[in-house]
Design a protein around this ligand. Structure first.
Ligand SMILES: [Zn+2]
Length: 77
């Protein structure tokens, strides 16, 4: 019996990202999928708008609105 196993997920060599959701997006300048950085652009009533910048050239590759988890207003359907 060889009981030589890595002791589970102990020290994962993961860098610390701030809520990195979209890890790669297509960059029109680099003309390929690039790692992106998420940056808060502005806060809207319906949520927070983020921009995704290419980690290499800084071009905006996309955007996203995070819905506010705790809405202080009611959505009328
Ligand atoms: Zn780029």
């Amino acid at each position: 019996m060889q009981g030589r196993r890595p002791p589970g997920p102990g020290g994962r060599p993961q860098a610390q990202f701030d809520q990195l959701e979209a890890s790669e997006l297509y960059c029109p300048k680099c003309q390929r999928a690039m790692p992106v950085r998420k940056r808060l652009l502005l806060v809207l009533p319906e949520g927070e708008k983020y921009l995704y910048h290419c980690a290499r050239c800084g071009t905006v590759c996309g955007d996203k609105i995070d819905k506010a988890p705790t809405s202080s207003f009611r959505v009328i359907v």
